[in-house]
Design a protein around this ligand. Structure first.
Ligand SMILES: Cc1cc2nc3c(=O)[nH]c(=O)nc-3n(C[C@H](O)[C@H](O)[C@H](O)COP(=O)(O)OP(=O)(O)OC[C@H]3O[C@@H](n4cnc5c(N)ncnc54)[C@H](O)[C@@H]3O)c2cc1C
Length: 462
């Protein structure tokens, strides 16, 4: 796309319309600027409920909203569908392609806000991805939903007992919020949704195994809430294995090293062969889900090449306190792509990769762009931490709220109701909120899941 000739109105390009980019664009409402909001999808996605799509609880449109429609009344925002391939800080240009096309377009900017989020990290074992897909996009969620539902279908037809068992063994790797939600909900599907619908298998006999390399689930939560979450998972029938390090994943399943057993063995002078074997074991499974590692969008590397900025170990861009880049004040990086430390109780800790942080960064970066344009000094980003919540399944959740009077922590049914209404509140669009509430109420009363139909085209996928 050939850019228009010099335009007097400043042009701000925002890459990514996730939580950060969306908030940033809204700040420019009514301001004398032109904004181009570019995303490689045509929708804003509410990632915290992606696991509900992956487990057939909600249909995809209920957790997403067309970007073009969100900005129909903000006339200074132009929405462009484009996958950004490169950024040139000196020339102040980005290049992008549209889906299904190789034609490179360029677009000039005066200010750039990069909010392209994160992707999966397999810690250097990229070959694992084909056997253990992760959950980041709507496409991921729909592929997982198909995989989970088709495993039950294949098990119903399978004559061989060992193959049937592998089909009915579901493994989730990583016990952060996404892993815990996925495992808890899959156990519910197996124990409550599907029984009665199959004749040759008992879906309730399916194993759901949650593997965690660390010594507790939900490590971002206080220890007592991790323990409560562990108990709630066990009550749902999830087999949680802590200190379990995955060393190999292939089409047959996974190999796990029991770190606790390994440490115990290392303390001994002569371990028996059986003991050594016990520290490492195989799980035969046809459905393995990766919820363990996150890396920043590869656009971070692009920025490092273009501006010389530094990246952290997860590929996040080390930003200045006002979220701009050291050698490029006209470029800001926000959300899951940004690496910024803050002080908590005298300790330096990273701003977490969560939606409230991305939204707050979006607002801060946009306000700083406006300040810069008016010749004012920029303001440092301050993260307002409201706490953490995670759901585990029906009537099961943990909540750790930061209040002016101190931490408020609770778990169980009350926490679950809090989680549920908080997510409905933060969903975008009245229709989405209404449909989600109706679907969840029906699911709660009937144990059913509303989004189990898989289209013919998807049925034929591998
Ligand atoms: C499964 C899951 C569950 C989560 N649950 C929670 C939760 O319960 N609570 C919570 O606070 N946080 C949760 N998070 C984290 C939260 O969603 C992220 O912290 C937040 O989305 C980060 O916002 P962002 O704007 O940086 O990136 P995103 O919201 O990921 O948005 C990035 C946008 O950039 C676009 N994009 C990417 N690359 C390009 C490119 N090259 N060109 C153009 N566009 C591009 C993407 O399409 C996307 O729209 C969850 C995340 C996941 C994946």
């Amino acid at each position: 796309m050939a850019e228009q000739t010099q335009h007097p109105t400043p042009h701000i390009v925002i890459i990514g319309c996730g939580f950060g980019g969306l908030e940033a664009a809204k700040v420019f409402k009514g301001k004398a600027v032109r904004v181009t909001l570019m995303d490689r999808t045509n929708h804003h996605l509410f990632q915290p409920l992606l696991y509900q799509v992956a487990t057939a609880g909600l249909a995809a449109p209920t957790i997403s909203a067309p970007i073009r429609n969100l900005f129909r009344q903000q006339l200074n925002v132009t929405t462009l569908l484009g996958d950004v391939r490169s950024m040139d800080a000196n020339a102040k240009q980005i290049s992008f392609v549209q889906p299904g096309s190789d034609v490179q377009h360029t677009l000039s900017f005066d200010h750039l806000i990069v909010a392209a989020g994160a992707t999966h990290s397999y810690f250097g074992n990229d070959a694992w991805e084909q056997h253990a897909p992760g959950l980041k996009t709507l496409q991921d969620a729909m592929a997982l939903r198909r995989k989970i539902l088709m495993a039950f279908e294949a098990a119903e037809a399978e004559e061989d007992a060992a193959r049937r068992e592998a089909l009915l063994t579901f493994v989730v790797i990583g016990a952060g919020p996404t892993g815990v939600e996925m495992a808890g909900t899959m156990a519910e599907i197996a124990r409550h949704t599907l029984p009665g619908e199959f004749r040759r298998i008992d879906p309730a006999s399916a194993k759901v195994i949650l593997l965690e390399g660390g010594s507790r689930v939900l490590q971002a939560m206080p220890e007592n809430l991790s323990e409560k979450a562990l108990k709630q998972l066990a009550a749902l029938g999830v087999d949680v294995r802590l200190n379990a390090k995955v060393t190999q994943i292939d089409a047959q399943g996974i190999e796990v090293q029991n770190l606790a057993a390994k440490q115990a063995l290392e303390g001994k002078t002569a371990a028996s062969w059986e003991e050594t074997c016990a520290s490492s074991y195989q799980i035969h499974s046809k459905t393995v889900i990766w919820a363990a590692g996150v890396a920043a969008s590869p656009l971070g590397k692009q920025l490092a090449q273009s501006t010389g900025c530094e990246l952290d170990r997860a590929g996040r861009v080390k930003v200045l306190p006002d979220l701009s880049l050291p050698n490029a004040p006209h470029i800001s990086v926000i959300g899951d792509m940004a690496s910024l430390m803050r002080e908590v109780a005298g300790q330096s800790v990273p701003v977490p990769g969560v939606s409230p942080a991305a939204k707050q960064m979006g607002r801060c970066a946009a306000a700083n762009v406006l300040r810069r344009m008016q010749g004012q000094s920029t303001q440092a980003f301050r993260y307002a931490d409201y706490g953490n919540l995670a759901t585990i399944g029906r009537n099961a959740a943990v909540v750790d709220l930061a209040t002016p009077l101190g931490a408020l922590r609770f778990s169980g049914k009350l926490a679950w109701l809090f989680w549920l209404f908080a997510h409905i509140y933060f969903l975008i669009g009245f229709r989405n909120r209404f449909v989600v509430l109706a679907d969840w109420t029906t699911a709660y009363l009937s144990f059913s899941r509303s989004a189990r139909v898989v289209a013919e085209a998807d049925l034929n996928k591998g």
